[in-house]
Design a protein around this ligand. Sequence first.
Ligand code: AMP
Length: 422
Amino acid sequence: MAIKAVRGVRDILPSETGKWQRVEAAARRTFEAYGYREIRLPLFERTELFARGIGDETDIVKKEMYTFEDRGGDSLTLRPEATAGLLRAYIEHGFQVEPKPVRLYTVGPMFRYERPQAGRYRQFHQANVEALGEPQPAVDAEVIAMLMDFFRELGLAERLALHVNSIGDTADRATYIVRLLEYLRPHAAALCGECQARLERNPLRVLDCKVPECQPVIEKAPSILDSLSPEATKHFERVREYLDALGQAYTVTPRLVRGLDYYVRTTFEVLTTELGAQNAVAGGGRYDGLIERLGGPADSGIGFAIGLERVVLLLGDDDAASRPFVLLIPLGEAALQRLLPVARAARQAGVAAELGYGGRKLPRELERANKLGVDYAVIAGDNEIASGEAVLRSMGSGEQRRVSFAALAGELVSLARKDGAP
Ligand code: AMP
């Protein structure tokens, strides 16, 4: 029996990679316009980095990590998110001496042992952005605006909703958790099993629960915004003022607490109604204190992660897959020898050219030209070699004309330029 891919792990097929390239290019263009530089990070790290960086009590660390012992006996983990590794690199390479904020982004696969479903995988991809060392609320607003500019660049902004919140500083959260528990405990029986367990372990996560039976309880929960210190309140007010100044629309959603322990103050999420249960396309927040917890300086930080699979799903199938511009059809060995250098010259000029190898009959090759969706076919057999001119056929109109072998590559290049084709 043939071996299949691991559950929850997908191949990204050639019919999809055009969209992936578009999404990645939009991410790079947007981030670089805001001054972010790319950093490429390892796919695995020491397990303790994630335990310390993400938090022992989070679902990710408790249940979802791919952890293994290597041959030297070290406990390693495939990265479930990028922030911890990026901060490890920030500290390790002394980025803190650079002008602040230090702006970095990275794109690549993440690994979480979650239950696979549409839009949720065990290997998935994120684009991650982090602005480090600058505590000012203007950074929060700019980071959020940049995230939305990425979606705008892809034409998706209108279909997405931006939610922002502040979860305050650690002390504010402690105060709030007491209030939240006072409210939740009497309602415990109305919550799902998972939330009943969360109640004692990580009660904030109850607010994140998507199970319908929990929603009435969650909706009436006290707002975390009422537990914020004056400083945290001020910070959040500023973030909102700057978003207003940027003309960026948003909804304040006090229930938005996010799943990771390290967030303080600003949190945000971009949601869609189009992907069923997996409605979060991107999320992020501020994490002042985390760099210090990982053994670095007391630098602040804010960042986000975009779920690229979900972005690609939203793009739908409207994108034309890349296809060659021309199929060169040699009929026989002598013609193959004439067309090989023509194909090469066209390709060197950036025209996507496909070449037959001389063994197939003309009707079969024309069928192939149709399947490939090329704009033109070039046909050359013994007669054409004798006359020094190949046949150039427009696949759309069926019109044919003769072009000398010497002029052929140049003619294909100028046709492709006219069409704006590759
Ligand atoms: P998080 O790192 O959990 O804040 O997730 C950030 C974004 O990554 C989410 O909004 C999703 O779009 C995406 N994401 C998280 N987990 C998965 C997964 N298992 N499969 C696909 N996308 C995911």
